[in-house]
Design a protein around this ligand. Structure first.
Ligand SMILES: [Zn+2]
Ligand SMILES: [Zn+2]
Length: 260
């Protein structure tokens, strides 16, 4: 039943938004051979993280940057094994994600997931499970979907890998957390996520691919990774659509507050 519904759902989205007739970025008419339904100009405008990237978190690095680690990674250890991302977060990327997250254009998730699939293919990763960074239940009800879950579920289909959307949950509504100072936030964020006790077995020894829409400092995916590793997972890799190398502090905290 579920299968039928999701198939209908996708067909339905295709009717409303004929996938490959308009560029998903600028809306120009394109032919249906364009990859990810992007026109040539938008392919050129997006800042692909396919050349110099941080060897730990995958963030795009400037050509003349003198290290293999970005400043965040050079300054501290991460809990996750390694991160990958498709694009650097800039104006065009911001617009795409904004429409995907707030304008109910959930169909964009499949296009973004296709880019994420191509990005992760070259790494030859073979995860056992794909998990989204969870969103607090009330927030999911308000928005209608968790954008990370849409990406993760779609990616799992492309990768033919099991999607495990219920293994990690957000148990604390962290709007209260934004009132804490930075130190309190760091300490508290680990207590925000949890693996339901009756699901712990499913994680034992597993290689996890954790999916989110955007990576900023890595504190959220680190917190998720700690919880997953404590529950018995072997390794956690991280894949995001965009990475916010040039994100302002205000934007970074907006992204975090936004999910809780
Ligand atoms: Zn375009
Ligand atoms: Zn890094």
């Amino acid at each position: 039943m579920k299968g039928i519904l999701s198939t209908l759902g996708e067909g339905f989205l295709d009717l409303i938004y004929p996938s490959n007739i308009y560029c998903i970025c600028c809306g120009n008419i394109i032919d249906d051979s364009r990859p990810y339904a992007l026109c040539d100009a938008c392919v050129r405008a997006l800042k692909w993280a396919n050349e110099r990237t941080c060897s730990h978190c995958g963030k795009r690095l400037q050509e003349d940057y003198g290290s293999d680690l970005c400043t965040d990674c050079a300054g501290g250890e991460h809990v996750f094994e390694k991160g990958f991302t498709c694009v650097e977060y800039g104006a065009a990327e911001r617009e795409l994600l904004h429409r995907f997250k707030y304008k109910e254009e959930a169909y964009l998730g499949r296009k973004l997931a296709a880019m994420m699939y191509d990005r992760i293919q070259v790494e030859e990763l073979e995860p056992d499970l794909i998990l989204p960074v969870p969103m607090f239940r009330r927030k999911v009800r308000q928005r209608g979907y968790n954008q990370a879950a849409v990406l993760a579920a779609s990616l799992a289909k492309y990768m033919e890998c099991p999607y495990a959307g219920q293994l990690l949950v957000r148990i604390v509504e962290t709007e209260a957390m934004s009132r804490l100072g930075a130190l309190g936030r760091r300490r508290n964020i680990r207590e925000v996520f949890s693996v339901p006790r009756n699901k712990i077995d499913q994680l034992t020894g597993k290689t996890i691919l954790l999916v989110d829409d955007i990576y900023t400092t890595g504190s959220t995916v680190d917190a998720c990774s700690s919880v997953l590793l404590e529950a018995g997972a072997a390794r956690v890799f991280v894949l995001t659509f965009a990475s916010g190398a040039n994100l302002t502090r205000a934007e970074g905290s907006t992204f975090e507050a936004d999910r809780n």
